[in-house]
Ligand binder design. Structure first.
Ligand code: ZN
Length: 256
């Protein structure tokens, strides 16, 4: 990293970052019964499109190189001194679940943007390019599986298969929704230019750090979720009169 003069004490502008989080949080804002403020921007809905447009506007305003790939992942890059080197990348997602928070995902994207704006403002050049991105359908609340955009990005799921996934709410095809909101991009996916490394800033999703008074933790992986659908078939019998020991009650079996 090449520092201008003696500027070694580089700080981001926390007020600017918080203002962007607030502004993005207004799109699809939901309010809980106890005054909670959250967000509902399910993947590839109109609200997701509006959120994307806002973040992309900020990226463009900073003069970043914008790339939208075939699954709708958006990556904005500030080139480094050596364009032949893979970039350092940060980012997250801006889609939410139906009752999502304002920080989940959004923080990782907007903090990355803040870092880039800080580098630009201070005129700090980097050897490698630095990129910030957001991945399509991280939550999986509308299109299964979750982390779909990043999965296709790394080649873990075929693009054609992902584009054919149907929405759980209205049955819409993912590829059609992507085109409808204008984010079926021209950049190939899986990626042909993987970053040198990737770091993501994320709010704590559980209560542990806060409970223990620890400010920050470092994770190297996430939990592996597997979904299983179970059908238990019982046998009907007259309610009330059939003793429990003689029942074949599926509700009872499912509970135990
Ligand atoms: Zn998240």
């Amino acid at each position: 990293m090449l520092w201008p003069g003696n500027a070694v004490n580089v700080r981001i502008d926390i007020d600017r970052l918080m203002a962007r989080i607030e502004a993005l949080g207004e799109i699809g804002a939901v309010h809980g019964p106890n005054g909670e403020r959250g967000c509902a921007r399910l993947a590839l809905t109109d609200a997701d499109r509006d959120g994307r447009e806002l973040v992309v506007t900020w990226m463009r305003d900073l003069g970043l190189d914008l790339a939208v790939d075939a699954i709708g992942n958006v990556v904005a890059t500030r080139p480094g001194r050596d364009p032949s080197l893979p970039v350092v990348m940060t980012g997250s997602h801006i889609d939410t679940v139906r009752t999502g928070g304002r920080f989940d995902g959004n923080l990782g994207v907007l903090a990355g943007l803040e870092v880039l704006e800080t580098l630009i403002t201070l005129g700090i050049e980097t050897e490698r390019g630095v990129a910030v991105g957001f991945f399509t359908d991280e939550e999986g609340a509308r299109f299964a599986p979750d982390m779909l955009g990043s999965l296709v990005y790394v080649g873990g799921m075929a693009l054609e298969e992902a584009l054919d996934v149907a929405a759980v709410d209205d049955g819409a095809r993912l590829g059609d929704e992507l085109a409808r909101i204008g984010y079926a991009g021209p950049v190939p996916c899986p990626s042909t230019a993987f970053p040198y490394c990737f770091v993501e800033l994320h709010i704590e999703q559980g209560p542990i750090l806060e409970d223990e008074g620890v400010e920050i933790g470092v994770v190297t992986g996430v939990q592996g979720i597997s979904w299983t659908e179970v059908t238990i078939t019982g046998q009907s019998a007259h309610a009330g009169t059939t003793p429990m020991r003689m029942r074949r009650d599926p509700g009872y079996a499912a509970e135990s």
